[in-house]
Write a protein that binds this ligand. Structure first.
Ligand code: HDE
Length: 710
């Protein structure tokens, strides 16, 4: 690593570390540096007397506490952040003059904030929702913010509808219910009258709305942007982040239970994996369209409710982002980070996408409200690494001490500085797009094709993905009390997307089946929208296995399987009736990481039942242990059992898959249930278990999908 790269990588962390908290031997002080002798009793007129006004320490401490909160974000209030770097694979110079995309040896520091959209700051992570995926690049040419989501399209086509959308989806104003959920009347009332949301609704009802982990989730810039090279040639682009672990989703029943067992599930997963060195990685990709091809497509390329199918416009890999450092202070970094799609650097520019145009106004405005003033750019997490020189002055909480008397331009007293920079000197020059039109409140004709990409989405899913989408619609609309809204959703919305879909949705929500409608048929198929077809990955890396064990477990055979798991980069936790040390049949010991009351199957990707006659006898009498295996099985995840451990599986309802009996000498792997009898080869078992774990979900376990609560 050369000095420049190193200094860039560390510069941001050094800037954030500038304040050392409470070094060894430090004394408690007031905010103004006076040492404090006592902080347990307020100053009183006698031990039983009233507190005195002159107790400046008490009043300062309490006043600061009273002002600890800033307004939470109106949307995306709940978030989790991480630091890292971005590095391009090769120079993109040919397409964009952005410096951070031009030098493959250069690492640019980044800060990413993942979020849910609807819930309040303290809401659960695993709700059905879009996820925010916002990245701040601290480039040498200034801040570039890529403020995207984990879905490539949006609900509305024009920013002016955003306040309506958010009012409709947020808790209802009379009783502030429900929290972090779209499943209520006002949201579906609005949607049933907004056909342009059809494509996005399909994404929201799909598995993409229930990510297993922020590490296993793609990101999208959604809008069409421009890249402009040094010659001034522009191209249309769309941004994509592709998780190198592939996409993985929870099932609905799991998300509900997880919201209670561990509301911080996604936040914890991100934090713990970064601490363990499992650094999340995402490849930055773009799709590119030449300017003269702008009108060559069935859809308008400026429409944010449409994707550019990859069969038409392939992805180009640009580089990789690695998140390798947790924040040190949630408030100072994750809460105070302020994104804005208008933070761009030379080489990147906007288009006339009317949703993007709306955002370009909203973000600074919202930061003014959150920070109570215009100096939020001076907060450490928001400060660029590039130098800042301008004549902006003063305002609430100004940090910079601007010296000298010249704060205007043009000037001669300051030698004409700071002076403007043309493109040759690295200045940002807006792309000179020709604009010529009448002032109208209107949209282009192709924007009015609301249903064909929703139809494409539906037909690009695997059948089990379609099943879960229908179940999701049953839940969401089943919570809608107003019959006319449910009917409108079936007749005017789903039926226009696909008749079969509408019939299936109608069945679950007491709506009469709709008349046949074949008005929509997309000629596109986009396998990339399906997690099953394109974006999942068979890997055990970072998957988390629960080992069920008890006193008298079999150590040796369990260790062999654990070794194989670790080799593949998985992790394991021992779950038992009680916390404490477990003793094996051959005198070995192992600590129980979790007890049944502090854990649940939904926190793991698979379960492995250890062998050992005594241990299994104990576990068979524990409802929690039997329930653990059953639930893992019902959620279509991998279940493994060693020797007598098979009896625990037999005890439960893990039926429909074949298994080896406890005293056999075989290994049986069937539909994600992997078992080995006492005489069976443990290495073979370990290989099969790892293979099944890599597959993650086993939908073939239940072809009629009666058992898996989707
Ligand atoms: Fe946002 N959005 N948004 N949005 N958005 C905000 O800005 C807004 C939209 C997105 O982790 C707010 O700082 C309007 C699309 C993310 O801090 C606010 C419109 C996409 C985040 C705002 C949109 C996003 C926000 C609230 C329609 C995906 C969280 C707090 C014109 C491409 C960033 C804040 C973080 C946050 C406005 C639509 C992504 C109110 C008006 C489309 C990831 O300014």
């Amino acid at each position: 690593m050369d000095d420049k790269t190193r200094s860039n990588e560390t510069a941001k962390s050094e800037a954030l570390d500038a304040h050392t908290e409470n070094p060894d031997g430090s004394h408690l002080t007031t905010n103004h540096g006076v040492k404090v002798s006592h902080t347990d009793d307020s100053l009183k007129a006698g031990p039983r007397g009233p507190t005195l006004m002159e107790d400046f320490h008490f009043r300062e401490k309490m006043t600061h506490f009273d002002h600890e909160r800033i307004p939470e974000r109106v949307v995306h209030a709940r978030g989790s952040g991480a630091h890292g770097y971005f590095q391009p694979y090769e120079s993109m110079e040919q397409f964009t003059r952005a410096g951070f995309l031009s030098d493959p040896s250069k690492k640019t520091p980044v800060f990413v904030r993942f979020s849910t959209v609807v819930g309040f700051r303290g809401s659960a992570d695993t709700v059905r929702d879009v996820r925010g995926f916002a990245t701040k690049f601290y480039t040498d040419e200034g801040i570039f913010d890529l403020v995207g989501n984990n879905m490539p399209v949006f609900f509305i086509q024009d920013g002016i509808k955003f306040p309506d959308l958010v009012h409709a989806i947020k808790p209802e104003p009379d009783n502030e219910m429900p929290q972090a959920s779209a499943a209520h009347d006002t949201f579906w009332d609005f949607i049933s009258l907004m056909p342009e949301s059809a494509h996005m609704i399909m994404w929201v009802l799909s598995d993409r709305a229930l990510p297993r982990s922020y590490r296993m989730m793609d990101g999208f810039g959604v809008h069409t942007f421009r890249w402009i090279n040094a010659e001034g040639k522009a191209r249309f682009i769309k941004w994509h982040w592709r998780s190198t672990l592939g996409n993985a989703a929870l099932v609905w029943d799991e998300t509900q239970k997880t919201a209670g067992k561990d509301p911080d599930f996604n936040r914890r997963d991100l934090w713990e994996n970064i601490e363990m060195g499992n650094y999340p990685e995402y490849e930055l990709c773009v799709q590119m369209i030449e300017e003269d091809q702008e009108h060559d497509f069935d859809f308008d390329i400026l429409d944010p409710t449409k994707i550019w199918p990859e069969s038409e416009v392939p992805l180009k890999k640009v580089g990789k982002m690695v998140l390798n450092r947790n924040p040190q202070n949630f408030f100072s970094e994750t809460e105070q980070v302020a994104f804005h799609p208008g933070h761009v650097v030379p080489g990147i520019d906007f288009t006339n996408d009317p949703l993007l145009q709306g955002r370009l106004f909203s973000y600074i405005d919202t930061q003014l409200n959150r920070f109570g003033g215009a100096n939020f750019n001076e907060v450490p997490i928001n400060r660029p690494l590039a130098d800042v020189h301008n004549n902006q002055r003063d305002g609430f909480m100004r940090q910079t001490i601007n010296r000298g008397k010249v704060s205007y331009f043009p000037n001669s007293l300051g030698g004409g500085c700071p002076m403007t920079a043309g493109a040759d000197a690295g200045g940002f020059e807006h792309y000179m797009e020709k604009v010529d039109g009448r002032k109208v409140r209107d949209r282009s004709e192709k924007f009015r094709d609301f249903f064909s990409q929703a139809n494409m989405f539906w037909h690009s899913l695997a059948d089990h993905e379609q099943d879960r989408l229908v179940s999701a619609a049953h839940f969401e609309l089943g919570k809608v009390m107003t019959m006319e809204v449910r009917e409108r959703m079936v007749y005017e919305f789903f039926n226009r997307i696909d008749h079969d879909l509408a019939v299936r949705v109608a069945k679950g929500i007491a709506v009469e089946p709709p008349e046949k409608d074949e008005s929509t048929k997309s000629r596109y198929r986009a396998p990339e929208v399906s997690v099953e077809h394109e974006s999942r990955k068979d890997t055990v890396a970072t998957r988390k296995v629960a080992i069920l064990a008890d006193q008298g477990y079999d150590h040796k055979r369990l260790e062999k399987v654990k070794e194989k798991l670790m080799e593949g980069g998985a992790s394991a936790e021992v779950v038992s009736m009680f916390l404490g040390t477990l003793k094996s049949t051959d005198g070995k010991e192992m600590e129980a990481d979790k007890s049944h009351v502090t854990s649940a199957s939904v926190m793991y990707d698979a379960v492995l039942v250890a062998g050992g006659k005594e241990a299994v006898r104990a576990m068979k009498s524990q409802g929690d242990a039997v329930g653990f295996v059953n639930e893992t099985f019902r959620h279509a995840k991998t279940v493994g059992a060693i020797d007598h451990g098979v009896e625990l599986v037999e005890e439960g309802e893990a039926k429909g898959a074949k298994y080896a009996s406890a005293d056999s000498d075989g290994v049986v792997a069937d539909k994600g249930l992997v078992t080995v009898g006492q005489g069976g080869d443990i290495d073979e078992f370990a290989d099969e278990f790892v293979k099944a774990l890599a597959r993650y979900r086993h939908w073939d376990r239940d072809p009629e999908r009666k058992m898996v609560p989707a």
